[in-house]
Design a protein around this ligand. Structure first.
Ligand code: SF4
Length: 333
């Protein structure tokens, strides 16, 4: 379904410039942007995927992944199609780079009632594909969720590639984000992902400065970012924002246009050890090793949350999300 886009300007005559993300595509009449879901139709910019849902269901919060935000809860998760990056190893390429045929319409005003149908579910995650290019739908939905009950929460799982004005508008209704920081080298961002590094750093920084809960995921992809020097720069930068940012280092598996073998486990363990020198909460994803998935108190060392895949056992936290042993704040509840 198409609706008017919120972020664009006239470039010249009937040529438009999209200002939603840093690509700032120049669109001649009838042309679509890099994301494939914004189009110049008759001199106006339209979002083509409003209310188009590729999948919707309940997920564990840990699947986002968010390990320090309402741990053990379920969250209503929905996604659309389209993406403004073009990662050759995309793990969701069938919805990010193509338009699927089995789309279902879900409108923002229906979401609060859908949420109420579930017991003990209070949040919505915009996930699976890229919510930035679903901007108008996500904004309307996030508002509807909040207006229905201010205690409800909204989660973005995003590549963070968005312009500042749009980000600031969106963040007013968002409570938590997991941002994909795909590597820490601008040349690699440009060459392989067709984006750039600085806007993603700005999204992480602005979200933290807005007092939102932020976790970061880096998929470790052989030959792209399996470089300890580059990773160390990322860890140092994240720790300069906060040593408490949870970082998920995830194992890549061959997908889309990339057929390199899955990330070497011993390299992931090395990267984990290095990250722990700078950050308090580091996790390995897609490896199913509880010692790398569980949460320990960084002050007193007590095991707080034991994880084995999506089996979550909250052992040592009080109802405020603090370590029961020493009172250190660890998770948002
Ligand atoms: S949102 Fe899409 S059309 Fe707009 S600038 Fe980004 S890639 Fe281009």
């Amino acid at each position: 379904m198409k609706i008017n886009s919120l972020f664009y300007e006239v470039y010249k005559d009937d040529i438009l410039k999209c200002t939603l993300c840093p690509h700032e595509c120049i669109l001649y009449p009838n042309k679509k942007g890099i994301c494939g879901v914004r189009q110049n139709i008759g001199g106006e910019m339209y979002s083509l995927n409003y209310a188009d849902t590729t999948s919707m269901g309940l997920d564990p919060m840990e699947k986002k992944p968010l390990y320090h935000f309402h741990p053990g809860e379920k969250i209503l998760s929905l996604g659309t199609w389209g993406c403004n990056l073009q990662c050759p190893f995309c793990q969701n390429y069938d919805i990010s780079q193509e338009k699927p045929t089995n789309l279902r319409k879900v409108f923002p005003k229906a979401l609060p009632a859908i949420l109420e149908n579930y017991e003990n579910v209070h949040g919505v995650a915009y996930t699976y594909s890229e919510p930035i290019v679903w901007f108008e739908f996500v904004l309307d939905s996030a508002r509807a969720i909040k207006y229905a009950d201010p205690e409800n929460y909204n989660v973005l799982v995003t590549n963070g590639y968005i312009n500042e004005e749009a980000l600031k508008l969106m963040l007013q209704y968002i409570d938590a984000l997991n941002v994909d920081l795909k590597c820490f080298d601008d040349k690699i961002y440009r060459k392989y992902l067709k984006g750039s590094l600085e806007p993603v750093k700005r999204t992480i920084q602005l979200s933290i400065e807005s007092n939102l809960h932020v976790e970061v995921t880096t998929l470790i992809v052989p030959t792209i970012n399996d470089d300890l020097d580059m990773l160390e720069k990322e860890f140092i930068w994240l720790s300069s924002l906060s040593k408490d940012i949870p970082l998920h280092l995830s194992r890549y598996h061959p997908s889309y246009k990339f057929d390199k073998p899955a990330t070497n486990l011993s390299f992931l363990e090395e990267a984990y050890k290095l990250a722990k020198e700078y950050l308090n909460f580091v996790y390995l994803g897609n490896v199913r090793k509880p010692e790398y998935e569980s949460t320990y108190c960084p002050d007193c060392g007590v095991l707080l949350i034991s994880r084995n895949g999506y089996n979550i056992d909250i052992k040592g936290l009080n109802p405020k999300g603090e370590c029961e042993n020493c009172g250190r704040k660890v998770v948002e509840v």
